[in-house]
Design a protein around this ligand. Sequence first.
Ligand SMILES: [Zn+2]
Length: 83
Amino acid sequence: MEELHCPECDAVIYTRRAGVCESCGKALPESFLFDEHQTEILNTELDHAKAALQKVADESDENLPGGFSTEMEVIDRTGPTEP
Ligand SMILES: [Zn+2]
């Protein structure tokens, strides 16, 4: 993630929630705060996307076209349970 720097003193901005530069106390541009908000939204969407992908992966497990993971599962299933 790219760092933000205070436009006034060029200090790295770690906490955008405060709305001010921790170094010089200058109010941060709205875009900085907006960016953090956007990041949270994106992270939430990313989590949802990951969850959705995982769900699809789980459901389509049987339909995988001979992928590596499927082969590993076959080995895993046939290995220890082999008579
Ligand atoms: Zn500053």
